[in-house]
Design a protein around this ligand. Structure first.
Ligand code: 4AD
Ligand code: MG
Length: 451
């Protein structure tokens, strides 16, 4: 007889057919209770559903198997039992025929994941065990769905997956700090962990037209914030002939496609995550599905901020970057909606962005969400070699090093655009989790690489 998953058990609707059926299941004990009438109740989980199944151990059985008294939270067991329907709540429960302990816990007091509430900070110190909690289980399952549907979205639209390299000799973003690889002799030049796959992606876009990748990205900024990781996952895409409005449209469609599917597939997980908040989960998520994003130029933003200058720590001047404080103000106070800021000053953006006719701004867009900040950054790419070279010179970037990137502009250059989505940032929004360290299985951040 094969083991049946707890999720499959939950999903069986035809109760008449399964009543008294004998099945085998296994899992970890979530809670165990002992009732006065000499019955044990075990809540068992096997990872297939956030909802446990209730196991009933009757008096007769317990008397013959005294070791059952020892079973506690976290133990792994396997069971042969009969499916019954609880008359009070109409839920399925399993009445034990046979139980076997697979793995016990010798020092129960030392087991870090007790059935009581644990804070996310505490769980971070027990990273190897934290997936045994409801909260991490539900986040990681939503993460799984998100990555699956991101792939599906681009595959359905006939984009090609280009797995861009993790090791690189180039700095895509200019301003970002990179992790240097110690083994200098190996490549005979300096090499780093990549901060973006964009430049590599562009080479394939300039022949295959529509490409994307989902891969790990590394940034060595010493940002000890709730929004920064040293290693995170980015979705990047490049599309020929697309202009800024086209990549905005694709971004919005992609977000709404993924979130609709998460609502469908992860309803139980979302229910759990929103249970203790006042937020109405569907209203909140539909904020990203309906098209109510405010699209606004950087120039206009500066004008708005100027009028409220006193509120902010920093002086408001044209040319400044949009700080986290300002992002919060714009999305949570002023507009109270997700916003898309376009046309930033060229000085504060990377060398590859396409210059606008005003000669001061570049054709780019950042999508900024309430609570989370920037989730997507993208732009039209400078496809004019002369303008690209001028920009590189101004930013002190050595032309020679980027010779192959420049070749793309020499050999049949073509207008194209692309963007990058921070997958953990989006997950923070979807799950309503306040710290990015809790939406990735193994977070890496300054002074922390213990697991
Ligand atoms: O805005 P960024 O730096 O853009 C790029 O790297 C472009 N080359 C992407 C492209 O056009 N192909 O990063 C893109 C997104 C940000 O909007 C943010 O959501 C996320 O990546 N991100 C981070 N997420 C977690 N931790 C960090 N340290 C992050 N830095 C950026
Ligand atoms: Mg950015």
């Amino acid at each position: 007889m094969k083991y049946i998953s707890i999720n499959k058990l939950h999903k069986i609707n035809n109760i008449k057919n399964i009543k008294n059926k004998i099945i085998k299941i296994y899992g970890w004990v979530k809670t165990i209770r002992y009732s006065k009438i000499n019955i044990f109740f075990i809540d068992l989980k096997d990872g297939s559903s956030i909802k446990p199944i209730q196991i009933i151990l009757k008096k007769k059985y317990i008397k013959k198997n005294k070791k059952i008294y020892k079973i506690k939270t976290g133990w792994s067991i396997k069971i042969k039992g009969k499916i019954k329907i609880n008359k009070n709540n109409n839920k399925k429960e399993i009445h034990i025929i046979k139980i076997k302990i697979l793995g016990k816990i010798n020092k129960q007091k030392k087991y870090p994941i007790s059935p009581k509430y644990h804070s996310l900070e505490y769980l971070r110190k027990n990273l190897h065990l934290r997936s045994r909690t409801y909260v991490i289980e539900s986040i990681i399952k939503i993460r799984n769905t998100l990555i699956y549907y991101l792939h599906k979205y681009f595959q359905k639209k006939n984009f090609y997956l280009i797995t861009t390299p993790i090791i690189t000799s180039l700095d895509t973003e200019g301003s970002s700090k990179m992790f240097e690889i110690k083994n200098k002799n190996f490549f005979n030049k300096k090499s780093y962990l990549t901060v973006s796959g964009q430049l590599n992606l562009e080479t394939y876009a300039c022949s295959l037209s529509k490409v994307y990748n989902i891969g790990p990205i590394f940034r060595a900024e010493n940002s000890n914030t709730n929004k920064h990781l040293a290693e995170f996952l980015m979705l990047e895409t490049e599309i020929v002939l697309a202009k800024i409005n086209k990549i905005i449209k694709i971004s919005k469609n992609m977000l709404s496609y993924c979130i609709k599917n998460i609502i469908k597939k992860n309803n139980e997980d979302l229910e759990f995550l929103f249970k203790y908040t006042k937020i109405k989960k569907n209203d909140y998520l539909f904020n990203l599905i309906n098209k109510k994003f405010i699209k606004i130029k950087y120039n206009k933003i500066i004008k708005i901020l100027k009028k409220k200058e006193k509120i902010f720590k920093e002086n408001i001047i044209w040319g400044m970057d949009i700080s986290s404080e300002i992002e919060t103000y714009l999305t949570q106070k002023y507009f109270k909606l997700p916003i898309i800021i376009i046309n930033y000053p060229k000085k504060i953006k990377p060398f590859y962005m396409k210059l606008n006719k005003d000669n001061k701004t570049v054709s780019c867009m950042d999508i900024i969400l309430p609570n989370v900040g920037e989730i997507i950054g993208g732009s039209e790419r400078e496809n004019n070699i002369k303008l690209l070279d001028i920009n590189m010179k101004k930013k002190n970037i050595k032309k020679k090093k980027y010779w192959w990137y420049r070749d793309l502009r020499k050999y049949g250059t073509i207008p194209h655009s692309g963007f990058g989505l921070g997958i953990e940032r989006l997950l923070m929004y979807i799950t309503n989790i306040k710290n990015i360290r809790d939406v990735i299985p193994f977070p890496r951040y300054p002074k922390y690489i213990n697991f």
